[in-house]
Write a protein that binds this ligand. Structure first.
Ligand code: CAA
Length: 375
């Protein structure tokens, strides 16, 4: 079964699928095995205009909506989850804050370079001592005599660390005020005092660099503050709402790859012991998760509130991907567990999805709060 998409979404998805299956997928095994940044895949995505899906045409982007973004990430992730997360984080939390909160001059300065892929975007919120409780972040931004901000602190678990040309950095401008004391800044990677710290070796998403950045007296001009002083936490939360649509797309891609590869395997070797029923459950779960993700994207595209739906989608899609990766590997048996097997890769990749851009515990916090909100 396939959802009936509007013609423009259907043709966009077909184009991304062709690129993903033709260029990205053949690189996936090597990207995983060698923990290698998939340069060629990201370049091909940029040449196809996929780094600016959400950016309006006047700034050099494709001017598409959140559903197109979800479709794009889903197709890329069906081919290679590492490539998908690089494009996903760049597009959502790395670029969208400028679209939503940037002034004219920030948009003109940064969006064309992000949309073309000349600059890769990244999002620096988490810190060694503040992950899920983002409002407790300690990185400081104090004004110097010239009115510029000086940033000090360490940010961690940053997708695209070391590859990004621009970081959206969250820092405390008002001490002791939790969320109300946080501001957002656009910090170019070549700023003096900014260095890339540790880059982590992970069990999955091996082609996507995740690491720290250290800010040691980084001077950021006031014109690089994104939104008003004290508005940074809202910038982060709104960006993460959209980001969770992207992670849902990523999870759908991993789930779909599990369905496709299990189906191919059963066709090839025949099926026994209820493997065909496992495949049926896998396909049904993927399709139900897809409906949730597309609904969240649809609400976002129409400018409606979608915090609840984005968190439900992130929770359900990533749990689905994890379960499907387990099921697919079970069906594949010992061959599936061998080094280099795509089934083993999907299992390792799927786990990260339940943890990052707000752990699934955090999604439950958000969902419960939204349900219990007055009104
Ligand atoms: N949209 C807009 N504004 C929002 C919002 C949303 N979805 N959610 C909250 N806000 C605003 C609120 O309106 C509030 O403002 P007011 O006080 O003016 O009303 C302000 O933000 C504070 O909100 P809360 O009181 O809800 O803040 P909290 O501290 O209780 O938040 C939490 C709790 C929801 C769990 C939050 O800390 C959270 O989402 N944590 C998870 C962070 C996360 O996802 N980190 C992953 C980062 S991604 C990454 O690191 C990897 C990468 O490279 C991408």
């Amino acid at each position: 079964m396939d959802l009936e998409l509007a013609p423009e979404h259907a043709s966009f998805r077909a184009a991304v699928r062709e690129l993903a299956q033709g260029v990205v997928q053949p690189l996936a095994a090597r990207t995983d095995r060698e923990h290698r940044f998939p340069e060629e895949a990201v370049r091909a995505a940029a040449e196809a205009g996929l780094m600016g899906v959400l950016v309006p045409r006047e700034y050099g982007g494709a001017g598409l909506d959140a559903l197109a973004f979800a479709l794009c990430i889903e197709e890329l992730a069906t081919a290679c989850a590492s490539t998908a997360v690089i494009v996903d984080v760049h597009t959502s939390v790395g670029t969208e804050p400028i679209l939503l909160f940037g002034d004219d001059s920030q948009k003109r300065r940064w969006l064309p370079r992000l949309a073309s892929g000349e600059l890769l975007g990244a999002f620096a919120l988490s810190e060694p001592d503040s992950g899920s409780d983002a409002a407790s972040l300690k990185t400081s931004a104090t004004r110097n005599g010239d009115g510029a901000y000086v940033l000090n602190g360490t940010k961690t678990f940053i997708t695209n660390a070391g590859r990004a040309g621009l970081y959206v950095v969250f820092a405390r401008t008002g001490p002791g005020q939790r969320a109300a004391g946080v501001s957002a800044f656009l910090v170019p990677a070549d700023s003096r005092g900014l260095r890339v710290g540790q880059v982590f070796k992970k069990m999955g998403l091996n082609g996507s660099p995740t690491g720290e950045i250290v800010l040691d007296g980084v001077e950021v001009p006031a014109e690089n503050r994104l939104g008003a002083e004290g508005q940074g936490f809202t910038v982060a939360m709104r960006a993460l709402d959209s980001g969770r649509i992207g992670i849902s797309g990523q999870a759908l891609g991993v789930a779909q790859a599990c369905v496709d590869e299990t189906r191919d395997l059963l066709r090839e070797r025949g099926h026994e012991q209820g493997d065909d029923f496992t495949l049926a459950d896998m396909a049904a779960r993927t399709e139900s998760a897809r409906l949730l993700a597309y609904h969240a994207a649809w609400l976002c595209s129409r400018g409606k509130r979608f915090t609840l739906e984005a968190s439900m989608s992130k929770l359900h899609c990533t749990d689905t991907a994890m379960q499907l990766a387990i099921d697919a590997l079970q069906v594949a048996g010992e061959d599936g567990a061998a080094e280099g097997s795509p089934f083993a890769r999907h299992l390792r990749d799927a786990k990260a999805l339940q943890i990052y851009e707000g752990s699934n515990q955090v999604q439950r916090v958000v969902i419960a709060r939204e349900l219990l909100r007055a009104g």
